[in-house]
Ligand binder design. Structure first.
Ligand SMILES: Cc1cc2nc3c(=O)[nH]c(=O)nc-3n(C[C@H](O)[C@H](O)[C@H](O)COP(=O)(O)OP(=O)(O)OC[C@H]3O[C@@H](n4cnc5c(N)ncnc54)[C@H](O)[C@@H]3O)c2cc1C
Length: 416
């Protein structure tokens, strides 16, 4: 079967890998000059089933409202006249109940665990190298209050993930000696031995090369402009470099997917949530962490990328703007330096901002909508790197008329 994939981020490339492995003739197009130059470029690198909590907590609506007045909040909202934002925002707010939060967490965790299994399979098959670090992740609580909240939240995942381990201050320092130099109080942590990290960008670039060797065709610098339909089928995709025809199509354009889905009459509840990251060289290995993790008080994620380290933070609902300036990173740099003082070379910092393609319930959208030959694999939010290999396999299975290996409730347009 001829398959055209729109979007060469980590989702498009993992889908191409699965589909070409299943024997299909795959073509992939992207408006950028290489794979993974948008959201999959500078993410935190965490593969974190042990942190697959839903973002939509009962406290979130108040936090977002307060951010209109306190601009430095980690979760923040900038007022805009954008109907798509308001439509999505109302659905997002409706998820902010205890019941929905527990359901959404369990669904995300199911996909994350499945995806991690698929990732290990893929790594065994291909030998792809992406600075993987399988030391586990540490979730650090500076204040007594955040530690208490963290323990409460843990009750949602602990029944499913038996390996989430509560650590007191002493145990945490024993596990991660770099924290002995931390310039703030630390009350304790949670350790998930099976969580891991790696560079999503390096992974995607290498996997794209493997796909190319398997016969996948790539068209870069090619922007989708229009989708022509005939009845309940896509007839062709019109781009600025000409038309593309296939038997089946997969849409993996992240926060831009709704704009393309609208051309075929489908509404996808996906909206961008901006995040910021910076990457710096490590100058003192002893003072740098061995594990990736999250500073839970500041929602500051970090992971090692070879001899560099990356920090990410902030969830900002502010439309499609991806610009950033050094002043956006003042707090992040301050928190990273107080956690691991004198470990990094801040004069060689690389700044980046990207758009998480968020759905209201935090899980991606897979399966079909109105078109019988269009499959969605999009809207992976803040855990797309963790979920990519699982949702790629699901998409390949669905396309081949097979049943998905996991329950897709809440991930398809008819069950949302
Ligand atoms: C700050 C930050 C930190 C994150 N940290 C983590 C983490 O630690 N762990 C984790 O699991 N996830 C994390 N994520 C989420 C993860 O990065 C995303 O979910 C994932 O990268 C989405 O992949 P994608 O392929 O859907 O999107 P993208 O990588 O954005 O790919 C979409 C592609 O579609 C192309 N495209 C769009 N429109 C068109 C068009 N009209 N024509 C042609 N091409 C088009 C784009 O050029 C792009 O290449 C983080 C995200 C951010 C922003």
């Amino acid at each position: 079967m001829q398959i055209l994939i729109l979007g060469a981020g980590v989702i498009g490339i993992t889908t191409a890998y699965e589909l070409s492995k299943a024997g299909h003739d795959v073509t992939i197009i992207d408006r950028k000059s290489k794979p993974a130059l948008e959201t999959s470029y500078g993410n935190a690198g965490l593969i974190a089933p042990g942190h697959s909590y839903a973002w939509t907590t009962p406290k979130l609506p108040k936090n977002l409202f307060m951010s209109l007045f306190e601009k430095q909040r980690v979760f923040r909202f900038k007022f805009q006249w954008d109907l798509a934002m308001w439509r999505w925002g109302l659905q997002f707010i409706r998820q902010c109940t205890h019941k929905k939060m527990a359901e959404n967490t369990q669904r995300k965790n199911r996909l994350c665990l499945y995806s991690q299994k698929m990732l290990h399979q893929l790594v065994d098959e291909t030998g792809v190298f992406y600075h993987q670090n399988r030391e586990g992740l540490i979730y650090i609580f500076r204040s007594a209050k955040s530690f208490q909240d963290g323990r409460k939240k843990l009750e949602m995942l602990q029944p499913i993930m038996k390996n989430l381990q509560l650590l007191n201050h002493k145990e945490l320092i024993e596990l991660e000696p770099a924290l002995q130099w931390t310039q703030s109080e630390i009350n304790g942590g949670i350790y998930c031995k099976t969580d891991e990290t790696g560079s999503c960008h390096d992974f995607t670039i290498q996997l794209a090369e493997i796909c190319r060797d398997q016969g996948v065709n790539f068209y870069f610098d090619t922007t989708v402009k229009q989708v022509k339909i005939s009845g309940d089928k896509i007839e062709k995709v019109v781009s600025d470099k000409g038309d593309f025809k296939a038997d089946q199509y997969v849409l993996a354009c992240a926060a831009y997917s709704p704009k393309i889905a609208r051309m075929v009459g489908d509404y996808l509840p996906i909206y961008p949530v901006k995040g910021y990251s910076f990457t710096v060289p490590i100058i003192d290995m002893e003072k740098a962490p061995k594990h990736g993790g999250i500073d839970e008080d500041n929602l500051l994620a970090f992971s090692l990328m070879g001899n560099r380290i990356r920090f990410t933070s902030v969830a900002e609902i502010s439309g499609y703007d991806t610009s950033c300036t050094p002043s956006d990173f003042i707090n992040m740099v301050k928190f990273s330096n107080s956690l691991f003082p004198d470990a990094f070379e801040y004069s060689k910092i690389e700044y980046w901002a990207g758009l998480r393609p968020m759905t209201p319930n935090g899980s991606p959208i897979v399966g079909r909508g109105k078109m019988t030959n269009l499959y969605y694999n999009t809207g992976h939010g803040h855990l797309g790197w963790t979920m990519c290999t699982g949702s790629a396999r699901i998409t390949a299975d669905l396309l081949d008329g097979k049943k998905s290996e996991i329950d897709l409730e809440g991930m398809t347009l008819d069950t949302l």
